[in-house]
Design a protein around this ligand. Structure first.
Ligand code: PGA
Length: 255
């Protein structure tokens, strides 16, 4: 029987220092590797930039995937403070997040810039996880699909121009009002949005391949029921992924 591997993406945000991340990964390296070798989950860790070299040392040539939480919208050049996608590829990143709502809110990243970041990643063979989601106000105004469409339009434009034969991206649907709040949408709501995203993406750029994640207030208790929803390929998990035991419980709950 074919077992569908669910992506379990752990977004550690800026919650841990370099030393704390090193301790977490070194103390649990073998357990991370064991967890990433289960047939029903693909584990991807997203530490801060400064820990990526250490991830490479610990997890290169293992099943533990990792990536950055952001990248430069530019290629190499005179862009002070930026981290180029090319470096992320050299560090062995399988994935990288772009457009997380905290980047949109605090760093004022707009939809066009996020699409450029996705394009940089595709150029170097790092799979983008493009985060989209409506704000609480948009949700209350029943404008979720309009917000998602607006966020995705520049993504589609760049995907069409991609040199890759079949560009592969993940779309993480993260309602902003569900991130870090303990609020989780009704399951029917998630299923409806994912089905709509899937048909919208396939219609817009049929040559690309897509996987869909859900993120926002995932816990040990709700992870498996949400991960198994039709159309979903995995979860993007913030605070619940910071504790190794929790992460282990989440992965085990998927079997
Ligand atoms: P949360 O964060 O799981 O803590 O709600 C999810 C995210 O921001 O990706």
């Amino acid at each position: 029987m074919h077992i569908k591997k669910r992506i379990i993406a752990a977004n550690w945000k800026s919650q841990l220092t370099f030393k704390q991340t090193t301790v977490l990964c070194e103390n649990n390296a073998q357990s991370f590797i064991a967890l990433a070798s289960t047939p029903y989950a693909e584990l991807a860790l997203f530490p801060s930039y400064e820990s990526l070299f250490g991830m490479n040392t610990l997890f290169a040539d293992t099943n533990v995937a990792y990536g950055a939480q952001n990248c430069s919208a530019y290629q190499l050049g005179a862009y002070t403070g930026e981290v180029a996608a090319q470096s992320l590829a050299e560090l062995g990143c399988t994935y990288t997040l772009v457009g997380h709502s905290e980047r949109r809110l605090y760093a004022k990243e707009d939809d066009a810039t996020i699409a450029l970041k996705m394009e940089r990643l595709l150029e170097v063979g790092v799979q983008p996880i493009v985060c989209v989601g409506e704000t609480r106000a948009e949700h209350e105004a029943q404008a979720t699909k309009a917000a998602l469409e607006r966020q995705l339009m520049p993504i589609f434009e760049r995907l069409v121009m991609s040199q890759a034969k079949k560009p592969a991206i993940c779309i993480a649907y993260e309602p902003v009002w569900a991130i870090g709040t303990g609020l989780v949408p009704q399951q029917e709501y998630i299923v409806d949005i994912i089905a709509w995203l899937s048909s919208t993406c396939a219609a817009a750029v049929p040559t690309a391949s897509y996987r869909f994640l859900y993120g926002g207030s995932i816990t040990v208790h709700n992870a498996s029921s949400i991960a198994m929803l039709p159309g979903l390929d995995g979860l993007l998990i913030g605070s619940a992924s910071l504790d190794f035991q929790n992460l282990q419980k989440i992965v085990s709950s998927l079997c």
